[in-house]
Design a protein around this ligand. Structure first.
Ligand SMILES: [Zn+2]
Length: 457
């Protein structure tokens, strides 16, 4: 007889990844400064997080630890003692000592499936902790040992994650594909492979895996939304061409006037140079940009008609009626979207909306800070919007409230830049990838975000 206990491993972070954040530059190519910063925030991160929670319990609840009854005939006494000691330690998350006992137990009774499972689950949980602590070499070792004990899709999933984290996504893919042969309906393997293909910009393949994941029983609004979005993109872009420049991959339909594409390419390259000059950094190349005819852009991205671009891991832009006179506006839009790409990358998608939008606007400026007065007047008209009260995403705000939110975010970034300089802002972004952004704020600027927000008045 054996007793089974269910544990929340607390380690399961599902992956409906890929979409980092999507933010739209709104003022199309028609306005003159000061512009209304209409932006439509299509940030899906929050929804992903919600999807994760929905996924979590389904996947994380696994019967793991088995205490072996001493009376069990097949059990060898020493093995039982070590197993039960290991299980007790595992319940307290004392992984190294638990693993030590379970290894000893398995040596005494190598054919005992319960001990094997227990040891594997301890190694997995320990490895995931190491993974999150950033000690990748140790995580590798533990996942590798766990993988040799018996076939388990979660172990293979994490082994793949470790390869991915190490910068070898192709090896991650190999691990996941192999595991999927044995566990063809494992949702997280399917989602991981979908993510792999989306990163590779093979959307039809990503879509296939997502649809399979849904068929395998993942019931999540975020997943459904992602399937719908990818379907619209695949439908719209099936006959698009790819044009590569030094730092960009452009996907686009055939242009009647080829100079339009040249104009767009040189504007983006210029914008990248400007970002390098202003920040000393740009997003990792190649940056993917999709150019849609106006009507397609709105149909695909579901942006409102005043929107001028969206960032969802790719820069998506509506193009129509562009000519040489649009160049400076195009460069502004490109700087704005490139800033989103960089912030998303450096902060691991964890930058708050005010930082995303404020810094993107600052980068968009021809002269950084040039809209200070406009933003001041606007926020004053709105009776002052507290930076600390801004929502995680601006997408649900009414137009006028959204405008004030953008202006407030902009003022925050301009003052941070004036007080501390842009380097410190960038290092704050990096810190936010590892800590909560509020902790990162204290770490970088030596004051709480609340105090800073209050100081803006
Ligand atoms: Zn934006």
């Amino acid at each position: 007889m054996s007793k089974r206990f269910t544990v929340h491993a607390g380690v399961m972070r599902a992956l409906v990844a890929g979409v980092a954040c999507g933010l739209t530059v709104a003022w199309l190519f028609h306005f003159v400064l000061p512009r209304t910063p209409w932006e439509f925030d299509r940030w899906l991160g929050g929804e992903n997080a919600a999807g994760r929670e929905r996924l979590g319990p389904q996947l994380a609840e696994r019967p793991v630890w088995e205490v072996i009854d001493e009376g069990r005939s097949s059990a060898i006494e020493a093995a039982v003692g070590h197993n039960n000691a290991g299980v007790a330690l595992a319940r307290n998350r004392e992984w190294p000592r638990a693993a030590e006992h379970l290894r000893a137990a398995l040596r005494s009774d190598p054919h005992n499936a319960s001990i094997r499972t227990n040891l594997q689950q301890v190694l997995l949980a320990w490895g995931v902790d190491e993974f999150h602590d950033g000690t990748l070499a140790s995580a590798f070792e533990l996942f590798g040992e766990a993988s040799e004990l018996r076939a388990d899709p979660e172990v293979e999933y994490w082994l793949g994650r470790a390869w991915w984290e190490k910068g070898e996504p192709t090896r991650a893919r190999t691990v996941w594909e192999k595991a999927l042969q044995q566990f063809p309906e494992h949702p997280r393997l399917l989602l991981a492979l979908a993510d792999f293909w989306e990163q590779r910009d093979d959307r039809p393949r990503a879509l296939e895996y997502l649809v399979q994941a849904r068929a395998a029983g993942i019931d999540s609004a975020a997943l459904l939304q992602k399937i719908e979005r990818l379907s619209r993109e695949v439908d719209a872009e099936w006959d698009y061409f790819t044009t590569r420049s030094a730092r960009f991959d452009f996907r686009h339909p055939a242009f009647d006037d080829p100079t339009v594409l040249d104009l767009i390419i040189s504007s983006f390259e210029n914008a990248y140079d400007a970002l390098l000059q202003r920040l000393g950094a740009g997003p990792t190349a190649p940056v993917r940009v999709v150019l849609y005819p106006l009507a397609d852009f709105y149909a695909v991205t579901r942006s409102p008609d005043w929107a001028g671009g969206v960032y969802t891991g790719r820069i998506q832009l509506p193009v129509g009626g562009l000519g040489e006179s649009s160049r400076s506006q195009l460069e502004r839009v490109a700087r704005h979207e490139l800033a989103h790409a960089l912030i998303t990358e450096w902060s691991g998608s964890r930058a708050p909306a005010w930082l995303q939008e404020g810094l993107a606007m600052w980068c968009e400026d021809d002269h950084p800070g040039e809209r200070w007065r406009w933003a001041k007047e606007l926020t004053a008209r709105h009776g002052g919007t507290s930076l600390d009260a801004l929502p995680q995403s601006f997408s649900t705000l009414e137009k006028q409230v959204a405008e004030a939110a953008y202006a407030t975010s902009y003022l925050a970034v301009v003052s941070l830049e004036e007080r501390y300089g842009i380097r410190r802002l960038l290092s704050f972004m990096r810190l936010a990838a590892e800590h909560s952004w509020r902790d990162a704020f204290v770490g970088e600027f030596g004051q709480s975000f609340e105090d800073f927000a209050a100081s803006l008045g």
